[in-house]
Design a protein around this ligand. Structure first.
Ligand SMILES: NC(=O)c1ccc[n+]([C@@H]2O[C@H](COP(=O)([O-])OP(=O)(O)OC[C@H]3O[C@@H](n4cnc5c(N)ncnc54)[C@H](OP(=O)(O)O)[C@@H]3O)[C@@H](O)[C@H]2O)c1
Length: 327
């Protein structure tokens, strides 16, 4: 495994880190035995950064990570998120009372006195125009409940606004072969301000894993079934907002570019790591064999210039006209 600085947090995080949404829920049936085996395998392979949220399985994902801490001795970092427990999910909910309660709950779930990193969980855009929200987390930081904070965003514009707040040390954003826009202006600004960039949904919800088919079916409680068009949360998350059939067609073209001995998912992860503004990539993992495959992406040679150009061409032709302006 290789490691990169996570902005100004002082953490050196594994290039391939762990996305812990699916082990919480919303991806069909997931057995805790498989989740724990995947988490242990991650540590065995040098992964030292895990991304979760208080709402993933209503705390199940956080509690599995607390169990991992009990079962292992080596140090690792856990990033959680706050805000999505609000219902309705509105800017006014991001106040001192609610944020404090959410953070206290995550401290209990994670069985710790201080959270390594808290991210505002894709708040409404208006939140970025309310300095008082960031002052609340500054206060929680001074009180020792939070070591570092950042944001998880939907849009590039939100990321650019968020990093104007000096306390924001990390931004989590969708970045993958179907979502190129963050590389245009945001990465440059993030580098300038030494903000850590956590690349989420790198496999476009598994689409860039290359094993999904036209005939694939998802369980009723898998967001790939119920949020395909953004019905339950933002449209940009599931399959990173790309229409399923369009995604399959682009994947067929990308398959031709996979380096010898690698898989499409490994190429997808290596592609993200080609951008040095990225601190780490957090593919969602449900089984140890996925962890093995994903971790090996860090060992792949850099992709050739020809491959990078070919990926951009596929994006320009198949994906850009449909989604580029949306996020
Ligand atoms: N709003 C937010 O802040 C937000 C939103 C979304 C995600 N996230 C974070 O980002 C992480 C990653 O995003 P994501 O989990 O939504 O999507 P993703 O990483 O693009 O896709 C993950 C899915 O791909 C499949 N997969 C994993 N490894 C694979 C491999 N080697 N080959 C083929 N398929 C593979 C698995 O599902 P199957 O095995 O079922 O196909 C897995 O659940 C999340 O876990 C979460 O921590 C944050």
């Amino acid at each position: 495994m290789k490691y990169r600085k996570l902005g100004r947090t002082g953490f050196k995080v594994s290039e391939i880190s762990f996305g812990a949404w699916a082990i919480g829920g919303s991806w069909g049936e997931q057995r805790d035995e498989d989740s724990m085996a995947s988490l242990h395998r991650a540590l065995d392979l040098g992964v030292n950064f895990f991304d979760t949220a208080d709402v993933y399985g209503d705390g199940r994902s956080e509690r599995l990570l607390a169990r991992l801490k009990r079962e292992r001795r080596e140090p690792f970092h856990i990033a959680t998120k706050a805000g999505r427990r609000l219902s309705p999910h509105v800017a006014d909910g991001y106040n001192a009372k609610n944020l404090t309660a959410f953070i206290e709950r995550s401290l209990r779930n994670l069985n710790t006195d201080c959270l390594d990193l808290v991210q505002l969980h894709c708040p409404p855009a208006e939140v970025y125009y309310r300095p008082e929200v960031f002052e609340v987390i500054d206060r929680l930081t001074r009180a020792g409940k939070v070591a570092n904070y950042g944001v998880s965003v939907e849009k590039v514009e939100e990321a650019l606004k968020a990093i104007e707040y000096p306390g924001v040390k990390t931004v989590q954003i969708i970045f993958n072969m179907f979502r190129l826009r963050p590389a245009e202006l945001f990465f440059q600004e993030a580098r300038r301000r030494r903000v850590g960039v956590i690349a989420r949904v790198p496999l476009a919800s598994g689409m860039l894993g290359g094993r999904l088919k036209r005939s694939s079916r998802f369980a009723a409680d898998d967001h790939r079934n119920f949020n395909r068009h953004g019905e339950a949360f933002d449209r940009g998350e599931t399959f990173s907002g790309v229409d399923y059939e369009t995604g399959l067609r682009a994947v067929a073209r990308l398959q031709r570019l996979v380096p010898r001995g690698a898989t499409l998912s490994q190429m997808a992860l290596r592609w993200v790591l080609m951008f040095d503004a990225v601190s780490c990539v957090i593919p969602g993992v449900r089984r140890p064999d996925q962890m093995d495959e994903n971790a090996r992406a860090a060992e792949l040679k850099p992709l050739s210039r020809a491959t990078m150009t070919a990926v951009a061409r596929i994006y320009d032709r198949d994906i850009r006209p449909l989604v580029h302006q949306l996020w």
